[in-house]
Design a protein around this ligand. Structure first.
Ligand SMILES: *[C@@H]1O[C@H](CO)[C@@H](O)[C@H](O)[C@H]1NC(C)=O
Ligand SMILES: *[C@@H]1O[C@H](CO)[C@@H](O)[C@H](O)[C@H]1NC(C)=O
Ligand SMILES: *[C@@H]1O[C@H](CO)[C@@H](O)[C@H](O)[C@H]1NC(C)=O
Ligand SMILES: *[C@@H]1O[C@H](CO)[C@@H](O)[C@H](O)[C@H]1NC(C)=O
Ligand SMILES: *[C@@H]1O[C@H](CO)[C@@H](O)[C@H](O)[C@H]1NC(C)=O
Length: 345
């Protein structure tokens, strides 16, 4: 019995030795977890057990990820690198992680996300990029990140986000945008329409609060009226409208407005906020007042004519009644005639 136990123990020990576990980490074979958090690491520790599926590296000072950092742990499903000092990734550093489902990069020093950083992660479901200094996201994460259900870019320095990027994530359920200096000019129009459609489909989001331009600071993008985008190039508005399923009056009116500005098609620069909507609105207001006045006038005239006609008719009828029917009254039924007569009096 004890012999068997010793055998088992020695096997476990040798397996443990063979696969190794970095000295400062705790490796849990049953849960395939390597717990290396809070250990002052400055790089991804080497010699992790190859079967590791959960790698906890939060609260360290890791500042770079070598290209080969994860070649020995290709089965990772959860990688927590939150609260480190990462500012960039070596190209292809994450590309070996074909089974990665959760990647937590919150609280790092990331400025840019290169085009292909998250490509080749076909099983990625949750990507937390919050609390970094990201100013730019790629147009798309890549053609194999379609399974992402949660994306957080909270608390970064994003002014804009390509609608194409969000559209390349068809399984998205939760997207967190808060605390970014969103620029609410024409370029944000596509994002607004995407967000509306996303929420309509039951998606969850904390919304986009505009930071610039000044007049829209603090405003919820969803509440910025469509008229604002009247001065936007038609292509921007039109292509976005074509792909959205909402066809409310507001959308139509914005489309109508953009027809006035067809000439601005190619110039992205003409997209900067113009004080144009106001005159357009004013003109519309004046037109509305004029039309209302004309319609009211016509209605009033018709009512007047009707009243005059009614009075004349009543007077003539009364006269006729007095002249021709008065004698018949004595024999007729007074209770029938009474209301008619009294109304004339
Ligand atoms: C982040 O990590 C540092 C150690 O590198 C630790 O002192 C600090 O408490 C951590 N912050 C949070 C919010 O966990
Ligand atoms: C990432 O880690 C932070 C704590 O460091 C946690 O609050 C957050 O929920 C994690 N994000 C995801 C997507 O699990
Ligand atoms: C990233 O992709 C965009 C368009 O998809 C392209 O314009 C840009 O040059 C690319 N950047 C790099 C560094 O490859
Ligand atoms: C991603 O797209 C590129 C071309 O854009 C293609 O070469 C590559 O095979 C695609 N990768 C996957 C996993 O579909
Ligand atoms: C999503 O994950 C499934 C397996 O869970 C995989 O077969 C599929 O290729 C993934 N989709 C994309 C777009 O990567």
């Amino acid at each position: 019995m004890t012999g068997n136990w010793l055998l088992v123990l020695s096997i476990v020990f040798t397996v443990h030795m063979a696969h190794g576990c970095p000295q400062k980490c705790l490796c849990h074979m049953a849960s395939k977890t390597a717990d290396c958090k809070n250990r002052g690491f400055t790089e991804i520790p080497a010699h992790l057990p190859p079967e590791t599926q959960i790698l906890l590296l939060q609260n360290n000072r890791i500042w770079r990820i070598n290209q080969n950092a994860f070649t020995r742990t290709p089965l990772l499903k959860i990688l927590d690198l939150s609260n480190n000092s990462l500012s960039s990734f070596a190209p292809g550093a994450l590309q070996k992680l074909r089974y990665l489902q959760v990647l937590n990069l919150t609280r790092n020093l990331i400025h840019y996300i290169e085009n292909k950083t998250f490509s080749f992660l076909p099983h990625l479901k949750e990507l937390d990029l919050s609390s970094n200094s990201i100013v730019r996201l790629p147009e798309t994460f890549g053609n194999s990140t379609g399974n992402i259900t949660l994306l957080s870019v909270k608390h970064n320095k994003l002014q804009k986000m390509e609608r194409v990027l969000l559209e390349s994530l068809p399984n998205l359920k939760v997207v967190l945008f808060k605390d970014n200096p969103w620029l609410c000019n024409c370029n944000v129009f596509g994002l607004k329409l995407w967000l509306e459609s996303f929420l309509y489909r039951g998606g969850i989001s904390d919304g986009i609060i505009c930071a610039t331009p000044g007049i829209r600071k603090g405003k919820d993008l969803l509440k910025v009226p469509y008229e604002l985008f009247g001065a936007c190039p038609l292509t921007t508005a039109h292509t976005h409208l074509a792909t959205t399923h909402h066809h409310s009056f507001e959308h139509r009116s914005s489309l109508k407005h953009s027809h006035h500005n067809e000439h601005g098609e190619n110039s992205r620069l003409s997209c900067e906020p113009k004080p144009k909507p106001r005159p357009v609105n004013l003109r519309h207001a004046i037109a509305t007042v004029v039309i209302t006045g004309v319609v009211c006038g016509i209605v009033c005239l018709m009512m007047l004519a009707a009243a005059v006609y009614g009075c004349a008719y009543a007077a003539i009828t009364a006269k006729y009644h007095k002249e021709h029917l008065a004698p018949a009254r004595q024999h007729g039924t007074p209770e029938e005639k009474e209301p008619f007569d009294s109304s004339l009096a």
